[in-house]
Every structure is written in C-alpha cells, then in structure tokens.
Design a protein around this ligand. Structure first.
Ligand SMILES: Nc1ncnc2c1ncn2[C@@H]1O[C@H](COP(=O)(O)OP(=O)(O)O)[C@@H](O)[C@H]1O
Ligand SMILES: [Mg+2]
Length: 261
C-alpha cells in the first residue's frame, strides 16, 4: 500500500484568457519511508505537484490519496485536520513569523490541537534540541542566520509528528555548507522514518535521497523507481506470455489428439 497515491492528476491554471497546464495526467505512488528528490526546470510543475500531493491545493482533475484517504473529497475542516496530521511543509523562504520568537514559531501548529501547554512546550523544546537550536529558543528569527531559520522552520514542520515532510527548494537561499547540513538533517529524519518529498535544483542532493523524479512541462520524464517497476512489469508480461504459449501448445496437442481418435 502506498502512502501517497496520485492518479491521473492534471492541474490547469486559468488567468484571464490564458491557461497553463501545470500538470498533465500525472500518476505516481510514493511509499512510506521514501525520500524523493523532485527535479526539473523552473515552471515544470514541481511546486504544483508538491502542493497537490500535500493537500494544499486541489487538482483540476484526478485523485490524490494519502494513507488511502481520498484527500480532495474531504470537507474543508477534515482536510485541514488531515494536513495537520500527515504533512509538514518547509519552504525556500522559511516563512517564520518575524515578531514571534523561535519557540513560539515552533509552537504555532500546535495551537489548534488543544494539547496542554506544558506538553506543547516540551515537544517544541525537544525538536529545537534536535535541530541544534535549543539555546536560541528566545531569539527572534531576524537574529538568526538563514540556516538557523530553516532549522526552526523544519522543527515547526515536525511539531505535529507528521508522516510526510514536503520541502520546496529548502536550500535555495542557503550557502553550500549550510545546505549540506540541512540535507544531513533531512537524511537523518528519513532514516528515522519520515517520508520526504524535496524539490531541489542541485543534482548533488540526489545522493541523500532514495529516489529521484524529474518533471518537464507538467509530465514525469524520469523516475528511478519506475525503471524497477518497468522491469517487474516486463517480467510479469514475459511470464504471462510463456504461460499462454504453454497453454496454447497444450490446447493444440489436445485438439490433435481428439482428431486422431
Ligand atoms: N497560482 C498560479 N496561477 C497561475 N499559474 C501558475 C500558478 N502557479 C504556477 N503556475 C504556472 O504553472 C506552471 C508550473 O509552475 P510551478 O508548479 O510553480 O513550477 P516549478 O515549481 O517547477 O517552477 C508554470 O507555468 C507557472 O507559471
Ligand atoms: Mg517551484
């Protein structure tokens, strides 16, 4: 069973007289525990894919299931529950609230959960420790480096302990050394069981992931997992053909025997 199943998904943006096909009849499955690098040129549909896969924006047609739940058939309030439960988002531009301190930023997604304040603080502090920022808990985002801000954003994305972490060019605004440390953090999170989908332009970071998919003009033109599937499919076809031929030979023999009698 796949954790995320995308079936015949298309997305068309219409602005005035112009329409853009951001995704065209996309089908793919992502299993729990995968770390998928999403690549492709600017405008190829990567961000659209991520937001649709994460329950943020409905496709024009097609179906998205997370943990076998048909995401876009849910009522609006159930959809936000599902997002909160299953998905954490990390963006290129960190998106921290500038007037809240680090701890308060990480606590934000817990506000609607009704978890006791003490428990909320303990979860957030554990995560800040994990991303190496416990001692900056009372700082404002503006007092942190880019890499530190992204670590806060990652802690915030994880505070509900979602199964899935979606990251859209998370290292796009960071220098090489800082990016490497963010990638190591992602790898660690993946090793601990998070399913990760990450858009990046840097082919170096493929090595941290378990699978790479590649978009052009809203369609998938590459998928390392698919190669495996295609081989399996071919094997299945070969087996079916061999079985059919055997059956056919057997039928012909039987028919000839019957005629001879
Ligand atoms: N909200 C939007 N309204 C209209 N067009 C959009 C919107 N978002 C994306 N697009 C268009 O859809 C296509 C795919 O965009 P996007 O998914 O952002 O690609 P990528 O992340 O690979 O750069 C582009 O042509 C883009 O201009
Ligand atoms: Mg994008």
């Amino acid at each position: 069973m796949s954790l995320i199943e995308i079936k015949n998904v298309s997305k068309e943006y219409i602005i005035g007289q112009t329409s853009t096909h951001a995704l065209r009849d996309l089908s793919l499955q992502i299993d729990e525990g995968e770390f998928v690098t999403v690549m492709g040129p600017s405008g190829s549909g990567k961000s659209t894919f991520l937001t649709i896969a994460g329950g943020l924006s409905a496709p024009t047609s097609g179906r998205v299931a997370i943990d076998e739940i048909d995401v876009y058939s849910l009522r609006r309030d159930r959809l936000s529950d599902l997002r909160r439960e299953y998905v954490g988002f990390v963006f290129q531009s960190f998106n921290l609230v500038p007037y809240l301190n680090v701890l308060e930023n990480v606590l934000l997604p817990l506000a609607p959960t009704g978890l006791p304040a003490k428990q909320q603080a303990s979860v957030a502090e554990d995560l800040l420790t994990e991303v190496g920022l416990y001692d900056k808990a009372k700082h404002l985002p503006g007092e942190l480096s880019g890499g530190e801000q992204q670590r806060v954003a990652i802690a915030r994305a994880l505070v509900n302990d979602p199964l899935i972490l979606l990251a859209d060019e998370p290292t796009g605004n960071l220098d090489t050394a800082t990016s490497e440390s963010i990638m190591q953090l992602f790898r660690l999170l993946n090793e601990r069981g998070k399913t990760i989908l990450m858009v990046t332009h840097n082919p170096r970071y493929r090595s941290y992931s378990t699978r790479t998919i590649d978009f052009r003009d809203g369609t998938l033109v590459g998928d390392d997992a698919k190669n495996v599937q295609q081989i399996t499919q071919k094997d299945t076809d070969d087996l079916a053909r061999a079985q059919f031929e055997q059956f056919h030979r057997h039928s012909v023999q039987s028919a000839e025997e019957i005629k001879r009698r």
